[in-house]
Design a protein around this ligand. Sequence first.
Ligand SMILES: Cc1cc2nc3c(=O)[nH]c(=O)nc-3n(C[C@H](O)[C@H](O)[C@H](O)COP(=O)(O)OP(=O)(O)OC[C@H]3O[C@@H](n4cnc5c(N)ncnc54)[C@H](O)[C@@H]3O)c2cc1C
Length: 569
Amino acid sequence: MNTKTWDHSTDFLIVGSGAGAMVAAITAHDLGASTLLVEKSPQYGGSSAMSGGGLWVPNNHKMKDHGFEDSFEEALTYVKGTVGDEVAEQRIISYLNNAPKIVKYLCEKAEIELDLVPDYADYYQDVPGSKEGGRTLEAAPFDARQLSEEEFLQMRQPPPQELIMNRVSMNIPEAQSALTHSPGWIRKMLVRFLEYCSDIPWRFKSKRDRRCAMGNALVGSLRLALKNRNIPIWLNSPAKQLIVEEGRVVGIEIRQNGTNVRIQGVKGVLFAAGGFDNSAVMRDKYLPKPTRPEWSCGNPYATGDAINMGLEVGAALEMMDEGWWGPTVVVPGEERARMLVIEKSLPGGVMVNKQGKRFVKETAAYNDIVKAMYANHSEASPCVPAYLVFDANFRKKYPVGPLLPGAQQPDWAVSADIKKLFIKKADTLDELARLLGIEAQGLKDTVQQMNDYARTGVDLEFHRGENAFDQFYGDKSVTPNPCLGPIETGPFYGFEVYPGELGTKGGLKVDEYARVLTESGQVIAGLYATGNCSAPVMGRSYPGAGSTLGPATTFGYVAAQNAIGGDLF
Ligand SMILES: Cc1cc2nc3c(=O)[nH]c(=O)nc-3n(C[C@H](O)[C@H](O)[C@H](O)COP(=O)(O)OP(=O)(O)OC[C@H]3O[C@@H](n4cnc5c(N)ncnc54)[C@H](O)[C@@H]3O)c2cc1C
C-alpha cells in the first residue's frame, strides 16, 4: 500500500474508545504527544461503558486508608497461583508494577475519582496471597452535567441489569446492598430514586440517569479527562486495515462517511478494539461449543476486527478458546444477555443440569461456573443450558434476571413475553421439571439435599457459602449460612442459563510492553494491543472483580508510555 500520502497524522493512534483506549490517550497526551481515538460505532465506551466499572488493582494506594495490607510479593504469589505458567511472568510483573501507579496517577492528575469496594474479596480465597477485600476499585458516581448533552448521550448506555427499573443507576455497593438486602437497602434505593426524579428539567428530556455509576462513571470521567485535554474521538470511523512500511506499522486506513481515510500514527498504533463477542463465525472457530453471540453480555460492535487486522500483518494469537466467562440469561426484548452475578449465590436457589443434578458450587467465581458447564456437558448428559431453580420465598425476596423481587413485582405484573419465553413456574417440582425439560427425580433429590444443607448450613458436596467471596453476595440475614436456604415453598420457578461471557478473552500475543508479537516472538514494530483484542495477562483465570478493566487500562498506559517514551510519574 502506498504510504506517501496521509489524510491525517497523529503521534499515537488508538483504535477503540473503551477504558483502555482512553487511559492510553491520557498517557500519550500527558507525555506531550498528540493522539486520536477512532471508534467504529456511533457511541464511545464499548463494553467498558456497559461494565460494572470495577478495576482489580492489588497493592493500590487506597488500601492503606481502609486498613488493608498488601504488597507486590503477595499479589504476585496470588496471581501466579491462579494464572499458572501459561502467561509470561514478565507480563504479570509489568501489570502488578504499573496498575497501582496508573490508578494513582488517574486519581491525582486526571481527576478520576476511584473508590475502594472494601469487602469485595478475591475470587480464590484458598490461593496464597489472596485478600478478603481491598483490591477492587470502582469509579465514584460521575455527574454527567460536566459533559455536554451530546457528549453524554454519545456514551454507550449501561445495560438494564445495572439499573433500577431500567432507569436509575447504582454503584457496586448500592447494587450489592439492594440485591442481598443488607441493612438500610430500602432507604438507599429511595434516596437514589428521589435523586433521579429531582433532576429537572432533564427528566422531561431523557430517561437516562445523569448520575452515572459503574462503567458509565468510569468512562464518563475518562471522557471528561479527554475533553479537558482536547483529545478527539472520531465516532463512526471503523479501522479497516493496518498500513505497514518497511516492516513497521505506520498507520491505519479507516472508513468514514463512505470513504477511506488514511491516518498516520507516527509513534505507534494501539489496538484497543475489544474481542469477538458478537462474531458468530469467530465464536464457532475458536470458542468451546456450543456457543452463541446472543449469550454474550459484551458490546455488539465487538466483532474481532483488531484480531483479524493483526493476523494480516503476521501477529500470533493466544488463548482464543477463552472468555471472561459467566452464566448468562437471554431476556426477551434485550439487546445483550444478562450475567447472573448475584442470584446464583442467594439462599433458596440451586443450579442444575438436564439430569436435575448440581455440577458446581453456585457461589464460585462466574468464570468457573461456565468452565464447569462446559466440563460437564456431553450429548448424553447435557449441561448447556443449565437451569436456576428456586421457590416462592426466593422469588418474593430477591431480584432475579429481569424480575424485581415478587414483593415489588408480583407475577401478575410480569410481562407476557417474560412469562412465555423466559421463566417457568409450577406448583410442584415434578411439573417444573417437565416445563424445563429436565429429569424430575434428579431435581427432587437435589432439592431434598439442598434443604438438608440449608438446615445444617453445610453444603457437603460443594461447600457453598463457606468463604468471604461466597458470602459477598449471600443474604447476611440468613443463618446459619447466608448462601443456603430451603427450596420448599411452591410455586417453584426456573429458567435456562447459558455459558456466556462479559467479553471474549483471547487475542493478539503481546509482551510486557503491550507490543504485538509474531509466532516466533518478534515484535511487530509500531503495533500495540490492550484489552480484549490482546491475550489476557490473567490467563485462563479471573482473580478478582475488575480483572479485565484493570489490565485493559494498565496496558493502555504501558503501550503509550513505550511508544512515546518519557515518564509520567
Ligand atoms: C455487563 C458487563 C459488566 C462488566 N463488568 C466488569 C467489571 O466490573 N470489571 C471488569 O474488569 N470488567 C467488566 N466487564 C468486562 C469489561 O467491560 C471488558 O472486558 C472491557 O471493557 C474490554 O475492554 P476493551 O477495551 O477491550 O473493549 P471495549 O471497552 O468494548 O472497547 C472497544 C471499542 O472498540 C470499538 N471497535 C471495535 N472494532 C473497531 C474498529 N474496527 N474500529 C474502531 N473501533 C472499533 C468498539 O466499538 C468499542 O467501543 C464487564 C462487561 C460487561 C458487558
